[in-house]
Design a protein around this ligand. Sequence first.
Ligand code: IDP
Ligand code: MG
Length: 162
Amino acid sequence: MLQEQEAHAAEMERTFIAIKPDGVQRSLIAEIISRFERKGFKLVAIKIVVPSKNFAEKHYHDLKERPFFNGLCDFLSSGPVVAMVWEGEGVIKYGRKLIGATDPQKSEPGTIRGDLAVVVGRNIIHGSDGPETAKDEINLWFKPEELVNYTNNAEKWVYGDN
Ligand code: IDP
Ligand code: MG
């Protein structure tokens, strides 16, 4: 039993998810959280913040050469963002699937962007694109003590225990 729990814990990963100012203003917070929650992923950190322009530039540093970088950082810092960390097996990759393609015109129906957004500049949600960025983004947005370790009672039903 202990071995199974340890094996299960070893497969757990965490990703950084943010509802951007457009998602907040469009009252999509509960809708978006609910898609991750119903899937079986676990919320381990959440806060609502207005990032500064400088902070937005740090978050999107990989894109600083892109023509839309300045507008993107202005936008991210234009209002409240809901910053979250979600945990679960495969949550980094599957979180991106739940979110859908960057351009909502190309996102499949059934995905968050496919169902709820229309243009790339207002695609309502961010999700880390890999293990390294997940780690960096979680560290940028959260202090270690803001991440909560707990057992969700449904976990044994989501993952099984034998
Ligand atoms: P991602 O959010 O799906 O990971 P990235 O390529 O990392 O996509 O781009 C970050 C964000 O920059 C996108 O979510 C979108 O808001 C914005 N963005 C990406 N490409 C464009 C573009 O061509 N025009 C305007 N904004 C863009
Ligand atoms: Mg990205």
